[in-house]
Ligand binder design. Structure first.
Ligand code: ATP
Length: 238
């Protein structure tokens, strides 16, 4: 299993605010890695730097041998790195199927390949199939999260970045979404998962990094961190 993503000594500023301070981590092919941490720890900022929405002040990000730290977002997607943004951001006036088709816009292969993948996404997410003609804005929160994941899968990514997929969902739905993430990973997609719900994230992840005020505070195998006293007190509430 080779290394897929490496972030080295990353620094990101918002004006004079130093949001990310010398963060380093990596994700190997086939893994689920999670970044956990409280509000404001810098999780979303890190995701945005990886997906090209924010330019780091210093440090490097490499994905499959490509230096992506200063690359434009659409080029990064083409390399096979797709993001499922926080808050889902589906196109609410378009139907489920239209939203999924938008996910394939970066692809250059033919319409039949895209149609095939649409069926693959519908097989993986049957609730979307039933609702293919429904306006995305009328879907429940959980269904919108599924749609956002489905849309990212339409880019045929090698790696999926997920930003707080559990946000605003009931415990039952969180379970369902996390099962989908595990299944997608089993199908060969590497996953970087940003989560405030540390308990659930540590259950499905192979390894984890704990972010605190813009730095990596701890790192290790997910099961070890889940049993770590400090992590339990600060993030698992027990
Ligand atoms: P949350 O789970 O609440 O989204 P997070 O871990 O994702 O938290 P970030 O959103 O990455 O945290 O924020 C990291 C820090 O950067 C915070 O102190 C935040 O206030 C600051 N920050 C984020 N976005 C901006 C912005 N656009 N302008 C200025 N400061 C920002």
């Amino acid at each position: 299993m080779g290394e897929m993503l490496r972030v080295s000594d990353l620094n990101v500023f918002y004006g004079s605010i130093h949001a990310i301070k010398d963060i380093s981590f990596h994700v190997d092919e086939g893994e689920i890695v999670t970044l956990i941490g409280a509000n404001g720890a810098g999780k979303t900022t890190t995701m945005h730097a990886i997906s090209g929405l924010l330019k780091p002040k210093s440090g490097t990000i490499d994905f499959l041998g490509n230096r992506i730290s200063q690359m434009e977002a659409h080029k990064i997607i083409r390399l096979g790195l797709a993001q499922v943004p926080e808050g889902r951001r589906v196109f609410s006036h378009l139907t489920v199927q239209e939203n999924l088709s938008m996910g394939a816009f970066t692809r250059k292969d033919g319409a039949s390949a895209i149609a095939q993948d649409l069926e693959m996404v519908f097989d993986r997410l049957p609730r979307l199939k039933e609702r293919r003609k429904q306006q995305a804005g009328t879907l429940s929160g959980g269904e919108q999260q599924m749609l956002a994941i489905g849309r990212a899968l339409m880019c045929k990514p090698k790696m999926l970045l997920l930003d707080e997929p559990s946000m605003g969902l009931s415990p039952l739905l969180v379970k369902e979404i996390f099962k989908i993430i595990e299944d997608v990973n089993k199908d060969g997609v590497t996953v970087l998962l940003v989560e405030q719900n540390a308990k659930m994230a540590l259950e499905i992840a192979d390894r984890a990094y704990v972010l605190e005020t813009g730095t990596v505070k701890m790192e290790g195998p997910a099961d070890e961190l889940a049993n770590n006293i400090e992590v339990r007190k600060a993030y698992l509430g027990c």
